[in-house]
Ligand binder design. Structure first.
Ligand SMILES: [Zn+2]
Length: 402
């Protein structure tokens, strides 16, 4: 039997570290990353923030010109929980079947990408490549629970500022056909609770100014918007979820007992706002809705991102033209779109950045049972990153700013 490629062995080793919520084993992941840094001859860095499990790790490959902006390759270390009874294999065994499919939580989301970055650097170093720009390969915790202990802290730190990042790559998603997805923007996530207060009293009386009448108006308005956006998505075959705003009513609460008109009712909505819209307009809509619904109606945010920038996909963006020239030379078919959910990349969106996980001909199994990635697809991904990095790390000062 042929010896397993070292990239695959490393991938399987990383998958076996149980960085699964709610108690991810970050300690052993950090030990493993340190070992990779030594093996590859990269600098190992870690910054720890005040609260437990708040940190970021990055491995640095020094470039020839440290005055140039660097390239950041980001991935998250954590994975979502599993229901092991629904899995064919141990979700943390990283078993490989006869077809080369490697089964494990994180095989698609996104330990594959973290290892592929490193293995691409291994190959480039073996070829004697010395990058013009410095490359930082970052590994952050807690993306799957909002990124607040990882990327959100990291981007605000002086350590991150000192990296002087000019371009970043982060995760995308698998594609079941021949094509590859590349994401150039995210939708802004707004989760908010709207609360209505009103006249309480016996439920046999038709009181004026009740909380339910106000909540009714709110629900009508927002579910009306939902209908409009659903129709818009269906009407244009070129539209993806990222091109429209999704609206979902996710929680409804209030009431004391069946024969009492409730003094207060509240409803929670989850909205993902397309970057084609202006957030100020959405804010005004919610403010107006509070007034339209009647007195004593207010709202508060549960989650609220104000970042809605997109990375340009045109000739003005050298990172895009470079990326695209490589994928074209590899005859890869790219599907560019707005990411429907949010990832850590939203924290660095002001920097040109793409979401990209090179997995084609692969069923989309992130967060699903029996998540797997085929060994051949994984190794092809290493080659793709190798080709992309070879060009991206050598983008000259005259090509970019700076
Ligand atoms: Zn992910």
């Amino acid at each position: 039997m042929a010896q397993e490629n070292i990239a695959v062995t490393n991938f399987r080793e990383y998958l076996r570290i149980k960085t699964v919520h709610p108690e991810p084993d970050y300690e052993n992941a950090i030990v493993w990353l340190k070992k990779q840094a030594i093996d590859l001859g990269l600098e190992f860095h870690i910054v720890e923030f005040p609260k437990p499990n708040e940190f970021a790790v990055w491995l640095t490959w020094q470039g020839k010109d440290v005055t140039l902006k660097s390239v950041l390759l980001n991935s998250h270390i954590d994975v979502v929980p599993v229901d092991a009874t629904k899995w064919t294999y141990d979700p943390f065994g990283a078993e490989k079947d006869a077809n080369g499919n490697i089964f494990a939580r994180g095989s698609q989301d996104m330990k594959c990408v973290g290892v592929q970055y490193l293995e691409a650097i291994r190959n480039l170093k073996a070829r004697g490549v010395v990058p013009l720009r410095t490359v930082h390969v970052s590994f952050v915790p807690d993306e799957e629970v909002g990124g607040y202990k990882g990327m959100a802290c990291f981007v605000k730190s002086p350590e991150f500022a000192s990296l002087n990042v000019g371009f970043a790559l982060d995760e995308g998603i698998a594609s079941p056909d021949e094509s590859f997805h590349v994401f150039y923007g995210e939708r802004a996530i707004w989760q908010f609770r709207m609360t209505a207060k009103g006249k309480t009293g016996h439920a046999s009386i038709l009181h004026e100014d009740t909380a339910a009448e106000k909540i009714h108006k709110i629900i009508n308005k927002l579910l009306g918007l939902r209908e409009v956006e659903k129709a818009r998505l269906k009407s244009n075959p070129n539209f993806d979820l990222g091109d429209v705003t999704s609206v979902n009513m996710t929680m409804l609460s209030g009431g004391l007992q069946p024969n009492v008109v409730p003094p207060e009712l509240s409803v929670v909505f989850d909205m993902r706002i397309t970057p084609h819209w202006k957030l100020d307009d959405m804010k005004k809509m919610l403010d107006d809705l509070c007034i339209e619904a009647g007195p004593e109606v207010s709202y508060d945010y549960i989650q609220h991102s104000n970042i809605i920038a997109q990375t340009a996909l045109n000739d003005s963006n050298v990172w895009w033209t470079t990326f695209k020239s490589v994928t074209d030379s590899l005859k890869m078919q790219l599907n560019s779109s707005i990411f429907p959910a949010s990832t850590d990349i939203m924290f660095i969106r002001e920097i040109p950045a793409f979401g990209f996980s090179p997995m084609n001909n692969t069923p989309v199994l992130l967060h699903d049972h029996d998540e797997f990635l085929n060994e051949t697809v994984f190794l092809r991904g290493v080659e793709i990153y190798e080709a992309i990095l070879d060009k991206i790390v050598n983008v000259t000062k005259s090509d970019s700013t700076p």
